[in-house]
Design a protein around this ligand. Structure first.
Ligand code: IPE
Ligand code: IPE
Ligand code: MG
Length: 257
């Protein structure tokens, strides 16, 4: 058996997991890179660099577990507020990841997608994204989605603009606008909503991440910083998810009366 083979039912059971109660889509706010580095007297960028190892580790684990999608918050539309030097290094790291990871994405049969305002990125990065998306589009494995230059309020604003334009041109009737209309104009159109959001580094906030899509997601916060987050931590989150009681506003069977 190779290291990347999907886990069997008995392997899952030995981890305290089972296929039926795994989330389909997990979204992760990868936070704490800077703090991880600073605690060790290293420059912040070292934390980002180490964070790439965690990305590889978690993506491979999620794929072996048979998840349908993992979405990773890599860079927010608000992160441009950071010092220029950090931004340059972050963009360099992103480009390097896109190029170096291509082979691995193909080997694991992952479908690669990026959400966010791509037009605001360096054209060379846009090109690398496009290459990997096209190359991996026909793969049948897990979807690996990166949120880059992503902000949920901007995404919703863009959707509203598109819908209003379509209505003004008579392509849709205002009365026929539904939740599905809005969802289909978001950059996540066609993707399942996340069942679970994991955030590292002990922060209990969503920082403009997938605001529409996480309406009923289960939240899970880790006290580990992203560069030290590994598959065992991911499995702990999934075991906790298993115990969650997702009611979606309803009641459990037998709870009425
Ligand atoms: C997350 O780590 C990565 C990005 C936001 C790009 P941070 O850089 O936010 O690390 P902390 O939160 O400052 O420790
Ligand atoms: C959220 O982390 C964005 C990413 C992980 C890419 P931040 O570090 O930017 O969030 P805040 O500023 O603590 O809310
Ligand atoms: Mg942070």
């Amino acid at each position: 058996m190779s290291k990347e083979d999907p886990y069997s039912d008995s392997q899952l059971a030995s981890m305290g997991l089972d296929r039926a109660t795994l989330p389909k889509h997990v979204a992760i706010i990868m936070d704490g890179n800077g703090r991880w580095a600073q605690k060790r007297g290293l420059p912040r960028i070292e934390g980002h660099r180490r964070g790439v190892t965690s990305v590889r580790n978690i993506v491979e684990e999620a794929s072996r577990l048979g998840l349908q999608q993992v979405t990773l918050y890599a860079f927010s539309s608000e992160n441009w507020k950071r010092p220029r030097r950090e931004l340059t290094l972050l963009m360099h790291l992103l480009r390097q990841y896109l190029v170096e990871e291509r082979r691995e994405i193909q080997r694991q049969g992952l479908r690669f997608r990026v959400i966010g305002n791509l037009a605001g990125l360096d054209p060379m990065i846009q090109q690398e994204i496009q290459t990997t998306e096209t190359l991996s589009a026909q793969n049948s494995g897990m979807t690996l989605c990166l949120a880059v230059n992503y902000g949920a309020r901007q995404e919703i604003t863009d959707a509203v603009r598109q819908i209003v334009n379509a209505a003004l041109q008579g392509q849709i009737k205002v009365d026929s606008i539904t939740e599905e209309t809005i969802a289909s104009h978001l950059t996540t159109a066609g993707m399942p909503d996340p069942d679970m959001v994991i955030r590292t580094a002990s922060e209990f906030r969503v920082s403009n991440f997938l605001l529409w899509q996480i309406s009923y997601a289960e939240l899970w916060v880790s006290d580990k910083h992203w560069p030290e987050f590994r598959e065992e931590d991911f499995r702990t989150a999934l075991r906790d998810y298993r115990k969650r009681d997702r009611r979606f506003g309803g009641l459990n069977p037998g709870a009425s009366g």
